[in-house]
Design a protein around this ligand. Sequence first.
Ligand code: HEC
Ligand code: HEC
Ligand code: HEC
Ligand code: HEC
Ligand code: HEC
Ligand code: HEC
Ligand code: HEC
Ligand code: HEC
Length: 437
Amino acid sequence: MRIADSLLVVGLICPWLVWAGLDENAQGFGEYADQWRPDPMHEYWDPERYHRPESGRVEGVFQGEACLECHLVVTPGIVKEWRSSRHAQAEQPVLCPACHGADHAQLSLPGVKICGGCHPERLAQMEEEKQYGFPSHALAMERAVDSRHFADKPKAEVTACLQCHSVASKCDSCHTRHRFDAAEARRPEACITCHSGPPHPDDEAYLAGAHGQRYRQEGKNWDWSRPLRQGNYAVPTCAYCHMKDGNHQVADKAVWKFGIREINPESAENQIKRKRWQVVCVDCHPPEVGAVFFRALDVERSESWRKLYEVERLLKGLRSDALLTPSARERPPYPMDWLARVFPRERIGFYEGQASAFYNVSAIERDYFELWYFTNLGLYKGMAHGAGEMVRRYQERMDDEVWAIREKVGRMIKKGGVNLVPLWMKGEYTEFNRDHN
Ligand code: HEC
Ligand code: HEC
Ligand code: HEC
Ligand code: HEC
Ligand code: HEC
Ligand code: HEC
Ligand code: HEC
Ligand code: HEC
């Protein structure tokens, strides 16, 4: 009877129902905590930090199946998904309150801690990534909010960041709610939601390589309920390689990592990581295949870095000759960057921090940024995933871009500086944000 009454109440108040807003005073966190404020969506992307239980709309403590009676009406899709999950079918079913709590005025949205309460090994594996530094799933949230451009840029341009970087704060990114299906997570699509787009075209690379081609042809007929172990799959998917044997740890093999700086693959630490990689390949190939493959990757990387360094040197030459116009001194300063304000200087390359200083720049510096961040990273990902045609295409693009920059530098030296005012000079990324983020 009580439930039926409550349903009536829900029906009456329904027209006025709005999903909970974020607390008006909710603050940012991380290095630039006082420079940005969370969006309403952060309640879902970082629930342990930002979810605020609603109060007043639905009151009462409901145990077990009682939640279903309303939610069959309120959110029928969720109940259906949940019913088809292992959670619902387990010997001791994992009911709604196990993840959300029983008191409707104090509901929680589960982040990694609640899932980790019942799956401690999986959470521990993910946490282990932290010892390998960036990038990693476990550190993705702090990495994003600690990027200067996250706080600098107009809100509308950075709202998407945390949708992907929330992989750190909740477990429903690879096995989505409310089925929490391991089979779904084994497929490349589970990763591609986030591992796509210009600086990390992992989807394009994998699907163009021999493994991905085969997956595209046959994947729809495979039995995805089988764990990612030797013998179960003809070709590997993302998780087969990067989460070997289902280990929820994606960082312990990464040598070139994101690809934005040169590293020494011969270091003792990287040799150990390479051995871990080769163990993956010998599930299906003779050991030579892995050895040859990684040698080729390292050769491609050092060749690309030779070209990138050449361009860096050209730009540093323009800087010494004061030919970068407008100069750092003439640009509106980055709001977050006190150093750039007191000591304005054009930053070139990874070690000077160009990765966080790339929009408020002269045109030729932006050209270099695109070469380094988009073309170089695409080339690397193509090579790392055996996508021959993509490698060829990106190599050609890199050569074209290097050539164009060289030409432009030549013209700038001849004319004593070319004043190309870039899009980013109007100040809308600077003054405006200070007031609006
Ligand atoms: C009396 C009907 C009723 C019952 C019983 C009920 N719910 Fe709800 N629930 C609702 C309605 C209506 C909403 C959406 C309105 C709102 O925002 O409160 C909702 C919203 C939610 C939300 C979304 C909260 C958010 O912040 O986005 C969750 C999670 C939830 N319910 C879980 C549960 C769980 C778990 C139980 C059992 C312990 C339960 N509900 C029992 C009616 C009910
Ligand atoms: C195994 C844990 C788990 C169980 C069991 C579970 N949920 Fe959820 N639920 C989640 C997660 C994770 C989210 C997403 C949290 C986020 O976005 O940060 C979620 C979100 C929700 C939401 C928010 C609306 C949205 O956008 O999806 C509602 C409503 C909800 N759950 C209702 C239910 C109901 C009703 C049940 C029982 C049939 C249930 N949940 C069972 C984990 C669970
Ligand atoms: C109250 C304990 C409990 C909580 C909390 C919990 N789980 Fe589970 N989980 C289980 C049980 C029990 C099973 C089923 C094991 C079985 O099949 O016997 C399971 C199974 C799974 C599976 C395997 C599904 C498959 O297709 O094989 C996944 C994935 C999973 N849980 C993810 C999650 C995620 C993500 C969360 C948090 C949103 C979560 N679990 C929260 C107890 C829990
Ligand atoms: C919800 C978004 C999301 C999903 C889904 C996702 N990732 Fe990621 N992944 C990220 C982000 C964001 C980073 C970079 C984090 C950082 O800034 O440190 C990352 C980093 C990585 C890295 C780099 C680790 C390193 O040390 O270099 C690997 C490998 C990786 N993910 C593999 C996968 C695989 C495999 C899947 C699918 C099974 C997957 N990811 C699914 C968002 C996601
Ligand atoms: C489409 C999903 C997606 C979006 C949107 C996204 N990222 Fe990422 N980000 C990733 C993935 C995936 C990686 C890791 C790629 C790899 O290791 O190859 C990454 C890497 C990074 C890294 C480098 C990590 C490192 O330690 O080297 C930083 C910093 C970063 N992202 C910040 C941001 C910011 C700030 C935004 C918003 C402007 C953003 N990201 C938007 C998915 C995304
Ligand atoms: C980057 C993608 C990704 C993320 C994030 C992720 N999982 Fe998984 N999960 C997988 C894959 C892939 C499998 C299948 C592994 C296999 O086949 O061996 C899996 C399987 C599982 C299983 C079933 C296998 C088992 O352990 O019995 C559970 C439980 C699970 N995950 C829990 C979690 C929890 C808890 C979290 C959050 C801490 C989480 N997952 C986050 C990709 C992910
Ligand atoms: C055959 C195994 C294999 C498959 C399948 C695979 N990768 Fe990779 N991936 C690699 C190798 C090898 C590297 C380069 C590793 C290095 O330099 O240490 C790499 C690099 C990466 C990186 C950069 C970080 C790192 O670990 O070095 C990301 C992110 C990534 N892959 C994501 C994906 C995604 C997403 C998919 C599926 C769409 C995928 N990979 C499929 C083998 C694989
Ligand atoms: C689960 C089995 C499996 C694993 C693991 C695996 N491969 Fe493969 N690989 C295959 C199969 C099968 C093919 C042939 C695909 C086709 O063309 O139909 C292939 C093709 C290749 C090719 C293309 C060869 C050619 O003749 O064009 C390369 C290169 C390659 N793999 C490298 C690797 C590397 C490097 C690793 C480890 C990082 C790896 N593979 C892991 C099964 C696997």
